[in-house]
Design a protein around this ligand. Structure first.
Ligand code: ADP
Ligand code: MG
Length: 343
């Protein structure tokens, strides 16, 4: 089962915002995460695939068939919303069995299937409980079981973990991934949490203002962001405007930095990306790109420390495990990535 968005455009009649120029595919068994700031069009994309919105232009193919105008019910997709939308007066088992009831499955078969789906999400024996007597994480799993019970052709998840507290969220990531892998179905996972996307997805699509900026594996997105916007949204980043001023030399507000400039003409405007974990907090005196500075923010984050170092010309964000004072940093030439264009 695969999904293809082909040149999809949609505008809300009221506002005008929506999505535009969307070309995107989800492979068989693939978990594709869609990330982007609030209002970037993530939910719109999911609702287009689910069938709650009809595109103005383009095709949505499921296994090669255009479903853009096929009613919601006939698409056979499992959907989990941000608020789990369980029926409060129905037991967990009845909630899970509901999609089967809609499809005319008999009572006995429904009960058996629902029990099986609940077991799959680790809720064996919870079928008799009402939603109000379940924790957030358990309600979330009931919603997941309900989305999976009819063997959907694809799974659509819209910020399914955002209502959970931080502790539960990490566990549920593993849980969702386990269930998704076991079911082996194409999954569209919408989140505003880039860490969630990087840790779970096979590929990540970055949306901004209704347009796709980049679609790549988590590692490629982090290590080779295509633009300033992607680099800034995915992970923490130092980003400076720069000019290529010579062979292996880039001039930035924080000074001239040595790095490979292959592929960039002399005089070219670039964006200079350095991840904070690549900045060296206790450099050798002869290290390249050595810069003196003063700590202006010092955040203890448990496993590491995130510093803002004030240097001549700007700030450098540094992540280090060192506990001592930092008075200079070095930026290894190979840690510098040049992105096309200034800001
Ligand atoms: P996200 O899920 O990424 O936060 P949405 O897809 O919900 O973003 O929204 C994308 C854009 O469309 C936003 O600018 C939002 O304000 C607008 N929008 C969303 N729903 C509607 C609606 N029902 N009517 C008009 N505009 C909407
Ligand atoms: Mg949304």
């Amino acid at each position: 089962m695969s999904v293809h968005f082909e040149n999809i455009a949609f505008r809300y009649p009221a506002g005008g915002a929506g999505v535009e120029d969307i070309d995107l595919s989800i492979g068989d068994g693939e978990l594709l995460a869609v990330i982007g700031p609030s209002g970037s069009g993530k939910t719109t994309l999911l609702r287009l695939l689910a069938g709650f919105l009809i595109p103005d232009r383009g095709r949505i193919l499921i296994d090669g068939r255009d479903v853009a105008r096929v009613p919601v019910k006939e698409r056979g997709l499992g959907v989990v919303f941000q608020a789990y939308a369980l029926f409060p007066h129905m037991t967990a088992a009845d909630n899970v069995a509901y999609p089967l009831k809609l499809r005319g499955v008999g009572r006995g078969a429904r009960a058996a299937k629902a029990a099986e789906a609940l077991a799959k999400v680790g809720l064996d024996g919870f079928g008799v409980r009402l939603p109000a007597s379940l924790s957030g994480g358990q309600q979330q799993r009931v919603a997941l079981a309900r989305a999976l019970v009819f063997d959907p052709r694809a799974l659509l998840l819209d910020e399914p973990l955002s209502a959970l507290d931080a502790g539960l969220r990490a566990g549920m990531r593993d849980e969702i991934l386990r269930v998704q892998r076991a079911a082996g179905i194409a999954t569209l996972f919408v989140t505003h949490d880039q860490e969630e996307a990087l840790s779970m997805a096979d590929r990540v699509a970055v949306l901004k203002d209704g347009r796709l900026l980049q679609v790549d594996t988590p590692r490629a997105l982090y290590e080779r962001p295509a633009s300033h916007a992607v680099a800034g949204f995915v992970g923490h980043a130092n980003l400076w405007p720069g000019t290529v001023t010579g062979a292996d030399l880039v001039t930035t507000p924080i000074g001239r930095l040595t790095t490979a400039t292959v592929g960039h003409a002399p005089g070219a405007a670039v964006t200079v990306l350095v991840r904070p974990e690549d900045v060296v907090a206790a450099p050798a005196p002869d290290a390249p790109n050595l810069i003196a500075g003063r700590i202006v923010a010092d955040r203890f984050l448990g496993s590491l420390r995130r510093l803002d170092l004030s240097v001549a010309g700007g700030l450098v964000m540094v992540e280090t495990r060192r506990r001592d004072a930092v008075e200079a940093i070095a930026i290894p030439p190979e840690a510098i990535r040049l992105l096309p264009g200034g800001r």
